[in-house]
Design a protein around this ligand. Sequence first.
Ligand SMILES: Nc1ncnc2c1ncn2[C@@H]1O[C@H](COP(=O)(O)OP(=O)(O)OP(=O)(O)O)[C@@H](O)[C@H]1O
Ligand SMILES: [Mg+2]
Length: 244
Amino acid sequence: MLLVKLGGSVISDKSEYRRFREDVVWRIAKYLPKEDMIVVHGAGSFGHILAHKYKITEGYSDDKRLGFSKIQRDMIDLNLRILNILVENDIPAVSMPPHSFVEMGNELNFNLFDSLIHHKFVPLSYGDAVFDVNKGINIYSGDLLMLELAKKYNPEKTIFLTDVDGIYDKPPGEHDSKLIKVLHRRNDPQTEISVKDVTGGMELKINVMREIAKYSKVYIINGFHPERIHDIMNDRDFVGTVVL
Ligand SMILES: Nc1ncnc2c1ncn2[C@@H]1O[C@H](COP(=O)(O)OP(=O)(O)OP(=O)(O)O)[C@@H](O)[C@H]1O
Ligand SMILES: [Mg+2]
């Protein structure tokens, strides 16, 4: 099985509210398998901008209700656009909105995922605004969902697509930054806290990928070069990072 995350920074322009990159998602879809796969997508500018504005990760208050609704609406909109592209590319994807099966602080219920996988559908889920047993409301990161799915289903390969070539030793814009081809436990890449990512950006992603590496082979590559998905699926040399 392949577990793949379409990063919010790839499928949307994170600096402009609800700016979808339709052409990019079409190109990626051409390189995805038609079965034996679970797809998770990020939120990008369909989630992070309002999540930040309404401080959703700080928990419930009455004045956040409309923000919470809008984020869920925008994520359903983004999810439908991606679902549409996958289905038009003959991938039997079925949408699994986290706000209907995730309550943070409680164990996830995988029953519907089990049924979908049993019937050889391709579950399509994402990061979302959800309920939280302690905080009332919160943002559930697509990266954390990737971890839960990897633990549960032990995919052979797990690929994260993002807007840079892989993990760099320091933030990719900085002078002299170098791509790390194999991220070992001893490596400690520098990351930056981005205001455009309410769930922890690259730092959380690296921690999650290291944890997933216990269950799966983990890769992070540039989603703007989706042919690299084929390189990985065919065990060829590729541009990107393997996380050990
Ligand atoms: N050391 C680093 N190596 C690689 N990228 C880094 C590093 N430090 C910071 N980054 C930044 O992390 C960003 C990717 O993380 P981000 O959480 O935005 O991606 P995403 O998962 O695609 O988005 P989303 O969370 O919406 O799904 C890149 O745009 C990059 O600039
Ligand atoms: Mg992120």
